[in-house]
Design a protein around this ligand. Structure first.
Ligand SMILES: Nc1ncnc2c1ncn2[C@@H]1O[C@H](COP(=O)(O)OP(=O)(O)OP(=O)(O)O)[C@@H](O)[C@H]1O
Ligand SMILES: [Mg+2]
Length: 226
């Protein structure tokens, strides 16, 4: 079984720091590999990407330049994860699809950051799930699923245990489309999940072991029905 995991940048890189703790996800990935899973990772940009994007925007950079800066930081985060995983990881971070195919051919854990402007790293996760023929896409974030509204802003928001891509597009209608401000799944991610019928789970990734529960099929987070 192949699984693609989007690791929330906000979980691994919540601020600018010299003490990032990648060990929980390193243990998780080692365990999945030992159990015979094909593991494909996307690492988000987190707060470091947002700092860089905000500074670029303050100097008048256009949105695609801001996106590109965010992509570069996400690739750096991915490189850090590759270094932490050591020899089970593909040592290079693909930034185009020929390199991605070469990375998949290594049979190692493939790690992506960003790919191209106009989309979030969740869309990258959709593409990676497609390309790696993953049976499941696990999308980790800092909340425990999809809510009727942003739960950080609306305490009365209710969580969905299941939602279709159409319903989710409506829920996220007002969500951001600017660099660094894409909330949860952007339209590109939704389109890919739908066209390739990729079962996707949005879960709280602050405890990496929640990913194991999601893979085992436990009732956790929100399942997106493609
Ligand atoms: N309807 C919704 N349901 C759940 N969360 C939502 C919703 N709308 C907006 N959000 C927000 O989306 C946030 C998660 O997306 P965000 O891009 O900020 O983080 P991430 O994807 O975990 O990190 P990164 O983008 O760095 O990888 C949550 O913290 C939540 O506040
Ligand atoms: Mg995000």
């Amino acid at each position: 079984m192949n699984v693609t995991i989007k690791i929330s940048g906000h979980i691994l890189f919540p601020s600018l720091d010299s003490q990032y703790d990648l060990s929980g996800y390193v243990d998780l990935v080692r365990r999945l590999k030992a159990d015979g899973y094909g593991v494909y990772l996307v690492v988000g940009g987190g707060e470091p990407a947002r700092y860089y994007i905000k500074t670029a925007r303050r100097y008048g950079a256009d949105e695609s330049t801001c996106d590109q800066i965010g992509i570069t930081v996400a690739c750096l985060n991915a490189k850090l994860m590759a270094a932490a995983l050591g020899d089970i990881a593909c040592p290079f971070i693909p930034t185009n699809f020929d390199d991605l195919d070469r990375a998949i051919a290594t049979g190692k854990v493939v790690i992506l950051g960003g790919l191209q402007p106009g989309q979030s790293t969740n869309a990258v996760a959709g593409v990676l799930a497609e390309r790696s023929r993953s049976d499941l896409l696990v999308n980790t974030t800092t909340v425990d699923g999809v809510y009727t509204n942003d739960p950080r802003k609306d305490p009365s928001a209710r969580r969905f245990s299941e939602i279709t891509t159409e319903e989710l597009a409506k829920v996220l209608d007002n969500a951001g489309t600017k660099a660094g401000e894409y909330a949860l799944l952007d339209p590109v991610a939704l389109k890919i999940i739908k066209r390739s019928k990729i079962t996707t789970k949005i879960i709280d990734g602050r405890d990496p072991m929640n990913v194991l529960s999601a893979i085992r099929g436990d009732a956790i987070g929100t399942t997106i029905v493609p």
